[in-house]
Design a protein around this ligand. Structure first.
Ligand code: ATR
Length: 280
């Protein structure tokens, strides 16, 4: 038998970012693969700022099968791909790339990860709910489509800079009841869900919201995870709200990526529980 067949390399995946050494994605995908005895390689790929295209092209030219993409390259990833899913096009950003039939395809699994974590893991019903999404940057843009697809009664996007919230609401207006506000003009209503999609958590800044927004009946969710999300989560809890960080979103977006690459949906519960214990 040809030695090259015996030595055939495993399918190779990476998470591309800068910084990226902190990424939990290799650990998550290793556990998903182990669940089914699937063998693959998944590692981090640190790319210098301004060099996404060159490095991604090199990775796929050398036989890479797929990549997750994290900050600050999600828009570069979308532009790099030759084909994109509807949800990646709506987001204008991609956290997922796959080589299929000689073509690099982009997708965005972030929003699906958020919705699955909220609805399935945390028991937050989105249909007919009133949602406040705080932030209008890349992280927010990636989740507006999937949030609207869950059929809320109302989605308010509130942002420090009014113009960005307005642009985002306008871009998604055809998909559902979405409106824009500033942090000072958040409509006074009963919010079932408040999502922090600003970069305040990752920058160690605090996000104080008006008292009527974070109230006892609300569920507060920070898209950051671990220590970065602690200030917002504790702030929400001090107002009597239930609150959670975005660790489940991270695991669920990874699961959706794994399913798209490998054709099998992994079991996320045990992986999430293990990571939760690590951050406890
Ligand atoms: P990301 O890709 O993480 O979303 P981004 O595109 O730079 O990063 O967007 C950052 C988001 O956090 C924006 O909504 C930003 O508000 P502005 O559009 O007004 O800049 C928000 N943000 C960052 N720091 C903030 C702060 N101290 N208070 C409130 N919002 C903040």
């Amino acid at each position: 038998m040809a030695r090259s067949i015996i030595m055939a390399r495993l399918d190779r995946y990476v998470v591309i970012g800068n910084p990226v050494s902190h990424s939990l994605s290799p650990a998550i995908h290793a556990r998903f693969a182990a669940q089914a005895g699937d063998s693959l390689e998944y590692s981090t790929l640190l790319v210098p700022l301004g060099h996404f295209e060159r490095e991604a092209a090199r990775f796929f030219a050398e036989g890479g099968a797929g990549a997750n993409v994290t900050l600050p390259f999600k828009i570069d990833a979308f532009r790099f791909a030759q084909r994109a899913s509807e949800r990646a096009r709506l987001a204008g950003a991609a956290n997922f790339l796959a080589m299929r039939g000689g073509i690099v395809e982009a997708d965005n699994t972030d929003g699906a990860g958020l919705v699955v974590d909220l609805e399935r893991n945390l028991g937050v019903a989105l249909a007919a709910s009133t949602i406040l999404l705080v932030g209008a940057g890349g992280a927010a843009r990636g989740v507006v489509g999937p949030l609207l697809a869950a059929r809320p009664a109302r989605l308010v996007i509130a942002n420090r800079t009014a113009e960005r919230a307005r642009e985002l609401a306008e871009a998604f207006a055809a998909l559902g009841p979405v409106e824009a506000a500033t942090l000072q003009s958040i409509p006074e209503t009963r919010y079932d869900l408040v999502v922090n999609a600003t970069s305040t958590s990752t920058h160690g800044a605090s996000l104080e919201l008006p008292r009527q927004v974070l109230a006892a009946h609300a569920f507060a969710y920070d898209m950051a995870y671990g220590p970065a999300a602690r200030a917002f989560v504790e702030h929400a809890r001090s107002r009597g709200a239930r609150a959670c960080d975005g660790l489940g979103m991270l695991v669920e977006q990874a699961a959706e990526s794994f399913r798209l690459w490998r054709g099998r949906a992994p079991e996320t519960g045990p992986v999430l529980a293990e990571l939760r214990a690590r951050f406890a």
